[in-house]
Structures are given as C-alpha cells and as structure tokens.
Design a protein around this ligand. Structure first.
Ligand SMILES: *Cc1c(COP(=O)(O)O)cnc(C)c1O
Length: 373
C-alpha cells in the first residue's frame, strides 16, 4: 500500500534545520538579528517596500487595521470564503464586518458585489487571494481610490503570486502575509506586513510589542495598549531558510497543478459535474488545488472515500457568515448564495512541492472513482 498523502506538507531543508539549531545555541532566541535580517530580505523581495514581521498572519491584519485607525462605527468589507481570521480581526478592532458574495469562478470576493456593499461608513476592504489567486488588482485599487478606502490585502496564501509582472506585496496599500505551517513559505507560525511609510512602520512596531516606544526619562514610553505579537529569531531563521527556495517552490507547485489539469482531462467537468480551479499559471502561486464537488455529492462522504485510499483532503473554507458568532450578528443563510454553495462543496486536494507526478495521478484516479455514481 502507498503511504498516506496529506493535503499539504512543509519542505524544510537541512541548512534551515542547522540555522535553527545555531539560533538555539546562540543565547538569543527571541526577536533579534534574524528577524531584522528576515525583514530586510523580505523588503528586497517586495521591491524595497517597508516590511515588519509578527507572530501570525492574523495579528498582522489586526495591526494594519489599527494603523489605519479603523474601529467602532467603521465598516470593513470582506469575503465570506476565507479562514475566519479575516473577519475576526474586524471584530477585534471593534469595527463592523460587511460581507459581499464571491465570484463563482475565482471564488474570491466579487468586486461588483463589494462595490454595491459600500456605504458612508465603509473605511476599508479586505480582499482574500484564495489558494493564491489574486483578485483583479486594477479594479480593486480603482475602487479604493474612487471611494477613498484603505485596503488590507489578506495575501496570507499569496506569497510568490503576481499581478502581471508585479509581485503581490510589491505594490498596493497594506499587504499581509502569513507564514503559518501550511503556507507556501513558513516560519512555523508568523506573518509579515508590507507598509507604506516610516510612520506606519513605527506604529507597527509599537502595536507589535505592548505599545512601547523609545522615549522619555526612562528611555521608554507607552501610550497605547499594544499586544504581544513579535516574531522570534527561531521563526525568522526558518523563514530565512525558506525564502531562497520560494521561486523554485512556486514553479514546482505550478508544474504539479498543470499535471492535475492534464491528468483529470479536458472533459473532467463535463463527465463529473465537478468544477476545476481557474487555470491561472501566471498570477497564482498554487497555494492549493481546489475543486468544487457536483451538487448532490456529500463532501464528508467524498473525503471519507479519499481517506480510504490514503489521501488527505481539506475544507477551505466553510462560509464565515454562517458560524454562530456571525449569525449572532444577524447574518443568515441565503445572504450570499454563491459563497454558501461553493463553501458547502469546495475540497482541497493534495498539492505540495515534495509531491511526485505519480502522487497527482493517484489522487486523480481516486477523485474519479469517488465521483462515480
Ligand atoms: C492562514 C491564513 C490566515 C491567518 O494566518 P495565521 O498566520 O494562521 O494567523 C488568514 N487568512 C487566510 C486567508 C489564511 O489562509
């Protein structure tokens, strides 16, 4: 029997393991020179824009909202199909989450729906690049300019993605990345925020560590209740080990995604009623390979069948607005029909750089069998 194939797995090379061991032996294991070096290299990667690192992608977005001064009374528009963190951070700063439905093809925020949801209270928009596929960035920043909105890009899944010949993160307003274990570039847990100017960077540093700034009689002053969001040098050492491989990792993911399309075949959708992801090999970093199951197929049963063939699948994501917390805020079934339909049927198939072409073929056989009537 073949070994169990998970839906994702990090690739950590021996040099990275050695670098982490070196940090552990160094006598300085929390935020220090490795974090500064990681921020410097990320800044170079993002075309010279300012970058600050944190201990999660979630707090990265929360801090962006705080820097933008968004709080009680403000509305923030986002998508219902994301990791719940995307909406939770809006609540965390005391603002009001406003969902708009998704596009059935890209599965990202539908920018027409987002525009229709804008009110006099709307201050920001948080687009999510599901599986690493960006939204129409020209349209996004057109909307932001027209309605004077801040943008916090939830690019948690989109490191290595681009918009035409520009990297995601190298342009725009706030761009937030996650380095959680499943992401294309990981620090075990962590994240970074791409910022616009020095004053935002100073605020980011302040919110990152208890609101402390260097000033005053005792060399220290506190004027806001910041949090505890700093990245450790152990994490930064993992990130520094991953960054040089990012381009090769992205290329390998694209190759495997192409193989999925080739092996499933052009008539896959017609034959099974399932829906493939948009075949964007230029902009997407292929963080995930997600299909949408046909109506009538129960996802849990499909996943059980895959599991019985030693293949792990994932659910990314159930619609946020139908969680208890959000229902309590007044959200209901029927409000975002596309998100609800996709959220019920979307499945993540295995895709990670260490997979082989043969693994992809094994998954495709299992998918076809599991979808047979
Ligand atoms: C991973 C992820 C986050 C949160 O990142 P953490 O580092 O786990 O806090 C937010 N949004 C999306 C879309 C993600 O995939």
């Amino acid at each position: 029997m073949s070994a169990f194939l998970p839906f994702t797995k990090p690739s950590i090379d021996v040099a990275t393991i050695a670098a982490v061991a070196e940090v552990l032996r160094s006598g300085w294991i929390t935020s220090g020179p490795k974090v500064l070096e990681f921020e410097r290299q990320l800044s170079t990667y993002f075309g010279g824009r300012l970058v600050r690192c944190f201990n999660s992608g979630t707090c990265t977005m929360e801090i962006a909202l705080r820097i933008a001064g968004i709080g009680p009374g403000d509305e923030v528009i986002t998508t219902p199909i994301s990791w719940v963190a995307t909406a939770n951070v809006i609540l965390e700063v005391g603002a009001t989450p406003v969902f708009a439905d998704i596009d059935p093809i890209t599965r990202n925020l539908d920018l027409d729906q987002a525009e229709a949801a804008i009110t006099a209270k709307t201050r920001a928009i948080i687009p999510v690049y599901l599986s690493g596929l960006p939204v129409d960035m020209d349209r996004l920043y057109g909307l932001a300019a027209k309605y004077r909105l801040r943008v916090v890009e939830d690019a948690a899944q989109a490191i290595g993605s681009s918009w035409g010949n520009r990297r995601i993160g190298s342009f725009g307003d706030f761009v937030s990345f996650s380095f959680q274990a499943n992401k294309n570039l990981t620090t075990a847990e962590g994240g970074c925020l791409v910022l616009n100017n020095e004053s935002e960077a100073r605020l980011a540093e302040k919110y990152r560590l208890q609101g402390v700034t260097r000033s005053g009689l005792d060399g220290m002053e506190v004027d806001v209740a910041g949090g505890k969001f700093n990245m450790t040098d152990i994490s930064a050492a993992i990130g520094l080990g991953q960054l040089p491989h990012l381009e090769a990792v992205t290329a390998r993911r694209r190759e495997l995604a192409r193989h999925y399309f080739a092996v499933l075949g052009e008539d896959f959708e017609k034959r099974t009623g399932a829906q493939l992801p948009p075949g964007d090999f230029r902009n997407s970093n292929w963080h995930m390979f997600q299909i949408v199951l046909p109506e009538g197929v129960i996802r849990a049963e499909f996943m059980e069948k895959m599991k019985s063939r030693d293949i792990g699948c994932g659910v990314h994501y159930p619609p946020i607005h139908l969680f208890k917390l959000y229902r309590a805020l007044g959200f209901r079934e029927g409000m975002f029909p596309v998100a609800e339909s996709v959220g019920r049927r979307i499945v993540t198939l295995p895709l990670f750089p260490a997979m082989s072409e043969a693994d992809v073929e094994r998954v495709c056989v299992a998918v076809r069998e599991a979808l047979q009537k």
